[in-house]
Design a protein around this ligand. Structure first.
Ligand SMILES: *[C@@H]1O[C@H](CO)[C@@H](O)[C@H](O)[C@H]1NC(C)=O
Ligand SMILES: *[C@@H]1O[C@H](CO)[C@@H](O)[C@H](O)[C@H]1NC(C)=O
Length: 140
């Protein structure tokens, strides 16, 4: 019985662990979503510094009460709708939870929208990724 309870707990806990990618798996999936090859060193660097390539991370609450979601730590005041109904501009027209899934499509599309609107400097970690970066070609 105890064993069963432990198994059951694991079964429920497992999905919450989400998916941890790496530089190359992310680069390849983003390429297959049509993200230009010459941007992939930048995007993967951002994902490394924002989320350590983890799809399911919700960042600690910011000083203004907002939170950041997923691989690219997208902010829930401008870009996605938080589940608690707090006001959001929701520019990506997505629930924030849709930015935490194993399927990275929504996260990637929303991050591209942020980048188009505000440029790379939208990410505070951009300072780690703006210089010259190792080539991504080894991933392909
Ligand atoms: C709240 O803080 C976050 C993180 O510093 C920032 O990205 C976001 O723009 C801020 N939102 C508002 C409404 O000031
Ligand atoms: C991933 O999500 C996108 C956007 O919601 C959807 O179009 C696509 O079919 C999904 N892919 C898989 C493999 O489920």
């Amino acid at each position: 019985m105890k064993f069963f309870v432990v198994l059951l707990a694991l079964a429920f806990a497992a999905p919450a662990l989400g998916r941890t990618m790496n530089r190359c798996s992310l680069a390849r999936e983003m390429a297959s979503l049509g993200v230009p090859r010459d941007q992939l060193a930048r995007w993967t660097c951002l994902a490394q510094h924002e989320s350590s390539y983890r799809t399911h991370v919700v960042g600690p609450t910011n000083s203004n009460g907002s939170n950041d979601y997923g691989l690219f730590q997208i902010n829930n005041y401008y870009w996605c709708q938080p589940a608690n109904g707090r006001f959001s501009h929701n520019e990506c027209k997505l629930s924030c939870n849709a930015l935490l899934t194993d399927n990275i499509t929504n996260s990637v599309r929303c991050a591209q929208k942020v980048q188009k609107a505000q440029g790379w400097a939208a990410w505070s970690t951009w300072k780690f990724c703006s210089g010259s970066l190792p080539s991504i070609n080894e991933c392909f």
